[in-house]
Design a protein around this ligand. Sequence first.
Ligand code: SIN
Length: 473
Amino acid sequence: MKSYGLFINGEWKVTKESITVMNPANDVVVGKVSFGTGDDAKAAVDAAAAAYPEWSSKTAFERSVHLKSWYEAIENEKVQLAKTLTLEQGKPLKEAIGEIDYANSFILWYAEEAKRIYGDIVPPLQKDKRIFVRKQPVGVVAAITPWNFPAAMITRKVGPALAAGCTVVIKPSEFTPLTAYYLAELAEKAGMPKGVINIVTGNPSEIGETWLSDHRVRKITFTGSTKVGKYLMNKSADTVKKVSLELGGHAPYIVLNDADIDHAVDSIIKAKFRNGGQTCVCPNRIYVQSGIVDEFTGRFEKAAASLVVGNGLEDGVDIGPLINDSAVEKVLNHIKDATDKGATLIGDIPSKSENGRFIKPVILKNVTDEMLCMNEETFGPVAPITTFETVEEVITRANDSNYGLAAYIFTTKIDQAFRLSEALEFGIVGVNDPLPSVVQAPFGGMKESGLGREGGYQGIEEFLETQYISFKL
Ligand code: SIN
């Protein structure tokens, strides 16, 4: 069983109170972490602020060496880290290993990207002037991260932040803090200077309030619900912090009559049931053109029925448990709402009492736009299918949402692919691609799905300020 104190200024501070971490598959206690107060949250900022001058004045090459050492340390303990992740989060071990690879790719990428923070020389108006534009780190960054990707959502923020020259304070989810502290332990082993990375767990609102009101925290970067994102954005106004938000999604998955149906089915299995449907980019509304809806649905049913639901540490498991009981309630509520309003459920209605947090894939047919599952993120393995006739119709219906994170299109016609992708108001569009998230691309949403981008060269910009220097000769 893993047990961690708070990680502040390179020291492990064990508090009297603690948070018990449970395996969502069986409620077995898998670890314990300290429960910090507002004072601890402030101490973390003190440490990050004290470490900032030295860290930010290192050369990009020096910061890159530190990041690469951290990357190596993670690589060396990849499987143990993945097991910890599965124990506290539930996802199948093979997916957890995939997440660690994904997480670590952000550290390696930004170790390189640190060296490519360029400025500009701007032609002046007068002969005796010179104008230089340079980038500098924003300062201390507060990262607030979710439970669905306990490793990747930390490194996707901390990798570029450290590369830019920022120091960080992190609050991971209380459901999955062990992976976060394990990452910090590996950073410490890899020789990361004290105070550059700090982690505090405890009462989320007390920690959040402390960081929001602290002038020294110059940037908040958050992944989580739209509701909390709006709150953080509002509160950041008091000290005019920079804000990056990666919020909810409600991804349309559009299959046109001319699609390669086998590929569209294989892809919906990958995209929909990844992490048991608990990702912001999971397809949440499946629009199939009327000419192929029966064939698509029949093949999808067969493929979904073969998925194995169980404890993520067991061999051959494809879908783990949902994170907690309220996640199960939400899923059951979406299914009930849909069936009450006339949707047809393929298979049996999952029952919480029989299955605990294990929910088998659920396919809903004859879904209409009024149903809850077509208007809110389900965050579970529920696949609602509706039909459409024309491309214009599906564009209108897909865009009729306040969310704008990811969308998917399946077609073999290149003109359709371009027309649709350009018309969709979503930050990420997968054309015949169920898994578009990669380190080198700018992940992020439009509308209420968020602000800013993570990944790619754009990801480091979020942690930089622009300054210009005007010289009179
Ligand atoms: C998320 O669900 O927030 C992240 C998913 C991804 O990176 O693909």
